[in-house]
Write a protein that binds this ligand. Structure first.
Ligand SMILES: [Zn+2]
Ligand SMILES: [Zn+2]
Length: 357
């Protein structure tokens, strides 16, 4: 329920470049000596709830936006644009939801909206913990005297720092440790004694593309799921809007995307590509082309659905930000097996295409 709030208590710190807004709270907590984390959150009028690295839907995030904006003397729009994943999540959000949120932040109302919080993360297997790059942390200490949580490193599906090409520290592959909430208001530092994993399956171009896209979208206007769906429909040569009778055509496009991207790569993001064969929990695997293009209004898809499709189609950050791609080159989706390379990609896709004969 909407409650007017925000008295605008001032913050003791200013946000650093690319700093996540929850990290600003963590540094504020650090210098406001003697308080507990709960006390700091209460004083800032943050609604109870987990402070998650990627969630822009919950009450804690939405109450933090107007409170921090007032405390920092920034507009809420500028705060979420520079200091949260919202610019990236715009690709999965309906325009009317975005404008409703923006209006509520402006009047100091926390704007969590349960109706839209239907991202269905249960089918996703990416690392949703708080993550940092050890090299960025070193540079931050030299430059700013403190390490902090970057928005960049929280991008869902990102595995390496796009700036340093080193694995991000997040969910520990050895002991399973992961920091899913930042409610203790701590800053990045190693939390378990394990050596970080050295070899990763992800290709750096995917990580670089994700990073470039986030930065590009910070300055883009008018990006919403409607624009992204329209662009994807054009590039995939599918009708817009889709009708039920178009479903077989989406299945055909999906086969080509799977062949091009590699199922091993998709398996790092979607649980249903980790299973043998084309079933998942006793049913046909979700068709991510159909679900993203036909079922994304009213019930928001996780942005990873769109990110995977946009990446598979080789759309550039500029094209995504503009909401249009030049499709005059004709075939935009050849059945190539390149993309998100992974060791087992070609093997898996050739085996599966053989199965389908
Ligand atoms: Zn880095
Ligand atoms: Zn560990």
């Amino acid at each position: 329920m909407a409650v007017m709030r925000r008295t605008g208590g001032h913050l003791l710190v200013q946000p650093l470049p690319d700093e996540h807004l929850f990290s600003v709270i963590a540094r504020h907590h650090l210098v406001s000596a003697g308080r507990t984390a709960v006390d700091t959150l209460n004083r800032l009028d943050i609604e109870p709830g987990p402070l998650r690295s990627q969630n822009v839907f919950n009450a804690a995030f939405h109450s933090a936006v107007p409170s921090l904006a007032a405390g920092l003397g920034m507009s809420p729009g500028e705060l979420v644009r520079r200091h949260s994943l919202l610019p990236l999540y715009r690709i999965a959000l309906p325009a009317n939801v975005l404008s409703t949120w923006e209006k509520r932040w402006e009047i100091g109302d926390d704007a969590s909206d349960d109706a839209i919080a239907t991202l269905n993360p249960n089918v996703l297997c990416h690392d949703a913990s708080w993550r940092y790059c050890p090299r960025c942390a070193e540079e931050d200490v030299l430059r700013h005297g403190v390490e902090y949580w970057h928005v960049l490193h929280q991008i869902p599906g990102l595995e390496r720092c796009p700036l340093h090409a080193v694995p991000l520290r997040g969910r520990c592959p050895s002991c399973g440790f992961s920091q899913l909430k930042l409610n203790d208001l701590t800053l990045p530092r190693p939390r378990c004694g394990c050596e970080p994993e050295r070899s990763l399956s992800s290709a750096l171009p995917w990580d670089e593309w994700l990073g470039a896209l986030l930065f590009r979208l910070r300055d883009a206007e008018g990006v919403s799921v409607e624009a992204i769906v329209k662009m994807l429909s054009e590039v995939l040569d599918l009708p817009h809007p889709l009708k039920v009778r178009d479903r077989p055509a989406t299945a055909e496009r999906l086969k080509r995307i799977e062949a091009r991207t590699g199922e091993a790569s998709l398996a790092r993001i979607f649980h249903f590509y980790r299973t043998e064969g084309a079933t998942f929990r006793g049913r046909a695997r979700p068709n991510i082309v159909w679900t993203s293009l036909a079922e994304s209004f009213g019930a928001a898809r996780h942005p990873l659905y769109f990110l995977v499709l946009l990446w598979s189609l080789r759309l550039t950050p500029d094209q995504v930000a503009a909401g249009s791609a030049d499709v005059s080159e004709g075939a935009t989706l050849p059945a190539a097996s390149a993309g998100l390379p992974a060791a087992a990609a070609s093997e898996t896709s050739s085996r599966r295409s053989g199965d389908r004969q």
